[in-house]
Design a protein. Structure first.
Length: 385
């Protein structure tokens, strides 16, 4: 299948080497050899034509001074949340940030003091853990639990104890890397638990737009929560930076934005403003086609593994383009790393995602079908050695 809808052609292979990108040009340094890179979470697809056109139009003006159109982008972000996730925040609840990860770090400083405990649910995107440890806070782990099919859920027994001494919980929603879109019932239970204990929740929802199931923005149910997001993941604009915070509660918003200003991460750059405004305003059809293509890629992985590598554990993700593969039967992590390198395949090692990551690898399948097929064949070669 070439284009999933209209002129969108996700099958087109776009060479990225030599563009200064981390995923391709930085892979040899990271892995110690040239590999097919299927690791860092950006996509090998062109951004939407409308975004490129709007960026080119802005480039046609030769002066790139400080931008003053943040309000337009913030209104577009609120409009997008209303269309995509059926929730419209009040206009004063939405503010600019330079990026989601810097905002995670700022939230740690805003709502806790050195030495205080912060809950994180591994296996999880590594900056959740480093944001806690780099700021001198106690990392309080509540590891997720997986059933025999690889479907993860929250560890309620641990959470009920942890919230009693934690000031803050960092939530990944949807959850990277295990592929969960948390249900409204799960979020209701978590929000109630934290509210009763006086524990603030910061919810990183940067992957939410790529959900295949309905996604519930956390502050839509619990105003005393902080939502962080961006168009970076869902429209392949990560290299431009930028993002928004959404905080309905006035007190939480004041506390958070004070730290954002102290950290000087309260601005989004000129081109990120242009690109995110364009994506959220005009990119819905492109993104719908993308979600269908990614869903087809996820099924391709399932079919390939069932036929070629039936011992690999794989639960198709409920969002996006990250496959969390259980490769325990094929040896220890160090052995697997060597085998993958010999096969010329660059994946994220599971242990980097914290407790619960040993014996896993994360594969980024946001690539043209032909590239994904090549990657899967290299995975087969690595595991059959």
């Amino acid at each position: 299948m070439s284009a999933e809808r209209g002129s969108v052609d996700f099958d087109r292979v776009i060479p990225r080497r030599g563009t200064g990108c981390l995923k391709w040009d930085g892979a040899a340094e990271r892995f110690g050899a040239e590999v097919l890179p299927m690791w860092v979470a950006d996509m090998d697809f062109a951004a939407p034509d409308t975004v490129i056109a709007d960026l080119q139009e802005r480039l046609n003006h030769p002066v790139f001074g400080y931008p003053g159109n943040e309000g337009t982008m913030l209104q577009t972000a609120a409009d997008w949340l209303a269309r995509r996730h059926n929730w419209r925040p009040e206009s004063d609840a939405v503010a600019c940030i330079s990026g989601v990860v810097p905002a995670l770090y700022a939230a740690v400083r805003a709502f806790t003091r050195p030495g205080e405990a912060i809950i994180v649910m591994p296996p999880i995107y590594p900056p959740f853990m480093t944001a806690v440890e780099d700021n001198g806070r106690e990392l309080l782990l509540a590891p997720l639990i997986a059933d025999d099919t690889g479907h993860y859920c929250m560890n309620w027994d641990v959470l009920e104890i942890a919230v009693q001494r934690a000031k803050l919980l960092l939530l990944c929603s949807p959850h990277n890397p295990v592929g969960r879109v948390w249900t409204p019932e799960e979020l209701q239970r978590l929000g109630t638990l934290c509210a009763e204990a006086g524990c603030v929740i910061v919810s990183d929802e940067i992957h939410a737009d790529l959900s295949h199931h309905p996604h519930c923005p956390l502050p839509s149910r619990f105003p005393r929560a902080i939502l962080l997001t961006s168009a970076g993941k869902s429209f392949n604009l990560a290299g431009l930076g930028g993002g928004v915070s959404v905080i309905p509660d006035t007190g939480l918003r004041r506390t958070f934005l004070n730290e954002v200003h102290r950290s000087q991460i309260q601005h989004t750059n000129l081109f990120a403003l242009t690109a995110m405004t364009s994506a959220w305003r005009h990119g819905a059809e492109w993104q719908a086609a993308l979600r269908q293509y990614l869903s087809n890629n996820a099924r391709l992985i399932a079919d390939f593994l069932a036929e070629k590598l039936p011992e690999v554990g794989y639960h198709p993700p409920e969002f996006g383009y990250l496959a969390w593969l259980d490769v325990h039967p094929y040896g220890e992590d160090a052995v697997l790393a060597r085998r993958l390198l010999q096969a010329g395949l660059g994946l994220n090692p599971g242990p980097s995602f914290g407790p619960g990551g040993a014996g896993f690898v994360r594969l980024n399948f946001a690539a043209p079908r032909s590239v994904l097929e090549e990657g899967l064949d290299r995975l087969r070669q690595a595991l059959h050695r």
